[in-house]
Design a protein around this ligand. Structure first.
Ligand code: NDP
Length: 449
């Protein structure tokens, strides 16, 4: 029996912290996990899960319009209730929150519903002033929305608040053009708002394949979303009627009902006491860790968004699993960050895995591109002028598929399977040797020219 209160003290019960806690406890470790808000973290409480449910809800706007072409009599004044969608989504969040809590408890991890801060290499202090000791401390506190400094920024909301709105505003300005901005732009637009997306740079979704994001931009503009590029905030002023006047460089001011910041996320390390244990942070405030998730303090580890490696839930979960297996399960596993698939649940969604065309050209020199630019049959019958684009990036020397990038209905569902093939290092010829499954959209992947 060690002299410490616990073998492992985890700060933060999000996706990564929960996985690490329950796996370590299942390996026999004495585990406590502190959570100041709700078990489940960003993904479950105010991220991936409620967002995806809103995306489903918003998509019905299009589906109901399309349904008429498929023979359904949908009344023109088909009513939508935001409070009903919002409350059902929040109820589902409660259910998953409870499921996470039960999983932790049934594996023997003790949940402490308080904020905890580090007060030494092996000590944490809880909000009520008590201290606890642990042989190992795991920092899994995630990140929070970063809001750019500008006069009046307090009038804006972030995605955290978007799930609790009283009503869908008529005019929404979203700052940023990354994941969250494009996903919420689609949601609010489908639910009837006029959406302005403003970004400091000239582009959307930096990091995704250029042709794919250009297609999203083109479709979004066709649907009526307004884009303002090279636009940095000068200020937000609340007018007498409650509207917000947003001033920005290079553009006329915009008057809207709501401003939402989607300008990146910052690690939650401020005030966490990490300096008391010599834990070093990088310029972004992220915990610096080695390949084993160990910080510059040997007894303190960190996983997930707080390390600012790849800010995705499945990565945090893998890091939590590897951490617990290595320290408490006698295994030696490392997270493989190569070929991580990702998707943006915009309308339509985009998805990708592996190198973009630009990355491949830079890294490999000789590159072959295959693509299919087509109108999905459902869109044709619905009279919807929205084309899908699938793109395969291959090593020109070896024929190996090094990247797949897609935009169109259901592409996040399709890319997951395609990612297995890309990760396995299959060649274009091996894709072509697979018989198409007709009629699907995914069959385009084995018919690319
Ligand atoms: P992103 O990094 O995706 O996008 C940030 C956007 O804000 C960019 O357009 C960027 O401009 C702009 N920006 C950044 N800093 C500033 C600033 N100081 N002032 C003005 N504009 C700025 O961040 P998100 O907030 O959308 O999402 C955070 C992370 O959460 C993502 O990186 C992703 O890892 C994760 N996420 C994943 C989802 C998914 O898997 N579907 C969904 C939602 C979030 P530019 O880059 O053009 O210069």
């Amino acid at each position: 029996m060690s002299d410490y209160d616990y073998d492992l003290f985890v700060i933060g019960a999000g996706s990564g912290g929960t996985r690490a806690s329950r796996v370590a406890a299942a390996h026999g470790a004495r585990v406590a996990v502190a959570e100041e808000y709700r078990v489940g973290g960003t993904c479950v409480i105010r991220g991936c899960v409620p967002k995806k449910l809103l995306v489903y809800g918003a998509h019905f706007a299009e589906d109901l319009r399309d349904a008429r072409h498929f023979g359904w009599d949908v009344p023109p004044d088909c009513a939508f209730s935001w409070p009903r969608l919002r409350d059902n989504v929040l109820k589902e969040v409660d259910r998953i929150n409870q499921a996470y809590t039960t999983t932790l408890e049934s594996n023997g991890a003790e949940i402490i519903h308080q904020r905890a801060t580090v007060s030494g290499p092996n000590e944490v202090t809880l909000a009520d002033g008590t201290t606890k000791t642990a042989k190992t401390i795991l920092i899994a506190v995630g990140a929070h929305p970063a809001v750019p400094e500008c006069p009046g920024h307090e009038h804006g909301i972030t995605s955290n608040e978007a799930f609790h709105l009283d009503a869908v505003p008529q005019r929404v300005l979203i700052a940023g053009a990354g994941y969250i901005a494009n996903e919420f732009a689609g949601i609010f637009h489908q639910l009837g708002a006029h959406v302005i997306l403003m970004n400091r740079s000239k582009e959307i979704l930096r990091g995704y394949d250029l042709q794919i994001r250009d297609r999203l931009l083109q479709i979004s503009m066709m649907k009526g979303l307004e884009f303002r590029f090279d636009a940095t905030f000068q200020g937000i002023e609340k007018l007498d009627d409650g509207c917000l006047k947003v001033s920005m460089a290079n553009h006329e001011p915009a008057v809207v009902d709501m401003v939402m910041f989607a300008t990146g996320r910052k690690p939650n390390t401020h005030g966490l006491g990490l300096d008391t244990a010599g834990v070093e942070l990088d310029d972004m405030g992220a915990v610096k860790v080695d390949a084993d998730n160990r910080s510059t303090c040997p007894s303190i580890y960190a996983i997930g968004d707080v390390t600012n490696r790849i800010q995705l839930t499945p990565i945090a979960i893998r890091e939590g699993q590897a951490f617990a297996d290595n320290l408490f399960g006698g295994k030696s596993t490392m997270v493989d960050y190569d070929c991580v698939p990702s998707a943006v649940f915009s309308h339509p969604p985009i998805a990708g895995v592996g190198m973009t065309e630009a990355e491949a050209r830079q890294k490999l020199g000789s590159v072959k591109i295959y693509s299919s630019d087509f109108r999905p049959m459902k869109n044709v019958l619905a009279g919807r002028d929205e084309r899908a684009l699938y793109k395969m990036v291959c090593d020109g020397e070896t024929d190996r598929v090094v990247g797949i990038h897609m935009i169109g209905p259901d592409v996040p569902e399709i890319i997951q399977s395609a990612a297995v093939a890309v990760k396995a290092g299959l060649t274009k010829a091996q894709f072509d040797a697979t018989v198409a499954l007709h009629p699907t959209m995914a069959e385009e992947l084995v018919l690319l020219k």
